[in-house]
Ligand binder design. Sequence first.
Ligand code: ADP
Ligand code: F6P
Length: 472
Amino acid sequence: MAQLVIVSNRVAIPEKNTKPRAGGLEVAVNGALKHKSGIWFGWSGKVTTRTKIATQKVVHDKITYITLDLSKEDHQEYYNGFANRVLWPILHYRVDLAEFSRRDLSGYLRVNDHFARELHDVLGPEDLVWVHDYHLMPLAKALRERGHKNRIGFFLHIPCPPPEMLTALPHHERLIPSLCEYDLVGFQTGDDAFNFSRYLTRECGLHSHDFNFTVAERTIRVDVFPVGIETAAFAHLAHRSERLPFVRHVLESLAGRALIIGVDRLDYSKGIRHRLLAFERFLQTQPDWRGKVTYLQIAPKSRTEIPEYVDLERGIGAAAGRINGAYGEADWTPIRYVNRAYSRATLAGLYRGARAGLVTPLRDGMNLVAKEYVAAQNPDDPGVLVLSRFAGAARECEAALLVNPYDPDSVAAAIGQALSMPLTERRERHEATFRVLVHNDIQYWADRFLSALQREPTTLSRLEQMPLVGTQ
Ligand code: ADP
Ligand code: F6P
């Protein structure tokens, strides 16, 4: 029987006593698979020194999790190297941070080939294959070379920059066109899909008919699938989590001060340092708020073996310390900065207790935190989302306070506006966004993608049957 096979670098393996981990892909795919069956294939998250690496299999509910460890060399070259020091910065418009080496590129291709080799034993001829994110761009090519004719889809969770920037990727002509081996290539926003299409036209001489590109005998469909969250379930969780002892303890410790929350993996794309400086600007320009507000920044460490992340951690710690030193009082610390991951219930409760959510990435594919913050609010007395216009989520969250994260004055003004916004306006803004997020939830994302992947491109109209809400 044909089955769904999901492939991604990270896999949310259902193990007992696992610590919470930050990362949008795991949260999204996990949510999407709640009511589905199939296989989820990827990296175990472990690095091994063994030379013979076997896959591990765990069956839980209706999902079979198949994972493999990476050798030290593979982990260094594929994950720390090409994926996270070349593709990640360039796709986030940070060409200045890219550190390319041929060795890392060959490690990246080798691991993709390794994934294809292992999948070869798993895939049936009718299986539907859904590959996720920038770690696995050449996977379809590696599978096709082994003779697989399955329908294979790819979804990019992170941004796709314009061709002027994509071409700064060394050997882009080897990598980006290999996405044409997929039947469907999905992006978070219209801009991302448009940028990719422009690359295919400019660099590969391909022309599209209504975002269908014909290459040799095959047709590749390019489309937009903004990733969602489990909106209704997360709203319920937040409601219940208000009563968690830890959440109550944190909120009581504020001694009546308003809470502002930021929750991000410690990543330069998230704009945490810019945000801290904007908060400082807020304290400078709106001094009446001093002593009346606490900004909690939760930022679990991420990719800690990569030098740019080590520098970032140092810089953010120093900025938070400096601002606290300059503005704090013996009985008030303006910024609480913690490098911890929390359970989903704790996060949901903290979001709900915050009068403002600061989500100000410099560039982000979607940003699920923005959506979670909105879903967690009490509809009768909601907090206000301050959101970067450079997050994919800004398309669906138009009723948030949209800001330019590079402009500290505009972010500082938005913080003040959020904290003093009248209840009626808060309710209106929250209701407008929540409605969109309930419609475009995670099930909807997965169903739209999979139904588009299953259909032949010729029968695929512009997905009128499953319209998106709030993305125009
Ligand atoms: P990214 O995928 O780049 O990390 P997203 O905002 O899209 O960014 O997704 C991050 C996911 O990780 C969200 O679901 C969020 O709740 C979760 N997360 C972020 N920070 C933490 C944390 N400190 N503890 C637990 N989960 C976190
Ligand atoms: O969404 C972007 C992403 O790279 C995901 O693929 C991943 O789940 C998340 O960020 C966390 O990064 P990492 O897997 O490198 O810890």
